[in-house]
Design a binder for this molecule. Structure first.
Ligand code: ADP
Length: 377
């Protein structure tokens, strides 16, 4: 079976490993000539995944098509589906998820919990709603499309913040009081069977809103774990998606769970699943594409996941300073994406630390932060 993946970034690279393991014919398309997958895949096409003709040409030789990033040309995927190609996740689901406004609308229609929101076409319209009292400070403003890693999201606290506000095609959301941000990954196969991973928890810097690391499993009580998993399964079923669905949720101080957004593909919050669970998210996604039975999602060990980001002040050919010091620590798994050049804050890899206790994991995290840096040669 020929499986094609749109996108050749790090998530694609991590799909490649289980495809090798299971001897699955996998091919990729991306415009990057020196991306994480281009270095390793035997079948790699240079092409624009947002371009109709490029996606049609790539899809013509695939029996099953999937994605590792959701910014793809859905018109081409719909046409390929009509012509008989299996496309998972289904193109209309990718299209809906590409638009944060349509996503929120979907949760509301399905009775799935999410913060209240409103659609806006222009700043004038927003100003009108503020004046009439329909919207009150503070609130969250989000671009409907093409935001990622927090770009395209801002908190508007007062009139003075309106000067930096997005000017068109955005939504506003109630500012949620967040106790914890958690992520839950599901995988649903074509027969409708769903498996779910244990929730993980994002830990942020106390003052700056910077993600420090992710803890798996999340440090929350069993009742919340059960509710979060249940909500994640309901969400995957509401979409009717085939393949992975990562659900980002907010846990409020009163114990309510609200869906923030979802990703219909392998997700950062599931990187730990390679070493810390029975069957990784990547392998489970591939299994659904290849029509193979789903794998066990059981957590095998506690983990702490941290990003490897380019250090400030360095741009150029990458060098991993101090890697020799950290590779000797038991339980430290370094994953480098194979990007040849570094720049400040570029995601160059991640480290998944596995171990017994949260204290031990945090001690290793601290040591790595102090002794390892991504610099240029
Ligand atoms: P992106 O898709 O760029 O990751 P998100 O929608 O996940 O954007 O938002 C980024 C961050 O902004 C979230 O992780 C959360 O910390 C904060 N955030 C988003 N929506 C809200 C909200 N309604 N209330 C409070 N904080 C929010």
């Amino acid at each position: 079976m020929k499986i094609g993946i749109l996108g050749g970034g790090q998530l694609g690279k991590m799909l490649y490993a289980p495809a090798n393991k299971l001897d699955i014919d996998i091919r990729f398309m991306d415009s990057m000539t020196e991306g994480p997958v281009s270095k390793i895949a035997t079948n790699y096409t240079i092409g624009d995944i947002t371009n109709y003709d490029d996606v049609m040409a790539f899809g013509a030789d695939c029996e099953v098509l999937s994605i590792e990033i959701e910014k793809v040309n859905c018109e081409a995927l719909k046409e390929l589906e009509l012509q008989g190609t299996i496309v998972y996740p289904q193109p209309q689901i990718i299209e809906l998820i590409q638009d944060k406004g349509l996503q929120k609308d979907f949760y509301q229609q399905q009775g799935l919990p999410t913060s209240d929101f409103k659609f806006f076409d222009s700043l004038t319209e927003l100003e009108g709603s503020i004046e009439s009292g329909a919207i009150q400070y503070p609130f969250v403003q989000k671009m409907r499309k093409d935001g990622y890693d927090g770009r395209g999201v801002q908190i508007i606290r007062s009139e003075s913040d309106l000067a930096q506000a997005f000017s068109s095609n955005f939504i506003t959301e109630d500012l949620v009081s967040i106790d914890k941000e958690i992520g839950v990954i599901t995988c649903r196969d074509a027969k409708g069977q769903v498996v779910v991973y244990d929730p993980v928890e994002m830990v942020f810097h106390a003052d700056a809103n910077i993600l420090l690391y992710q803890l798996g499993p999340a440090d929350i009580n069993q009742e919340v774990v059960d509710r979060a998993k249940d909500l994640a399964i309901k969400t995957a079923e509401a979409y009717g998606i085939v393949g992975l669905l990562a659900i980002e949720m907010f846990l409020t101080p009163s114990g309510q769970l609200l869906i923030n957004e979802v990703a219909p593909r392998p997700h950062n919050s599931g990187h730990h699943s390679i070493e810390a669970t029975m069957c990784s998210q990547y392998e489970n996604h591939l299994r659904t594409l290849a029509n193979l039975p789903l794998g066990d999602t059981k957590t095998l060990t506690s983990s702490l996941l941290m990003n490897v980001l380019g250090a400030e002040g360095f741009t150029g050919p990458v060098q991993y300073e101090g890697i020799d010091k950290i590779l000797t620590i038991p339980g430290v798994n370094v994953h480098l994406y194979g990007k040849t050049t570094t720049k400040p804050f570029r995601k160059m890899g991640h480290i998944n630390i596995i171990g017994e206790s949260k204290d031990e994991l945090i001690a290793h995290y601290q040591y790595i932060t102090d002794n390892f840096r991504v610099i240029s040669k």
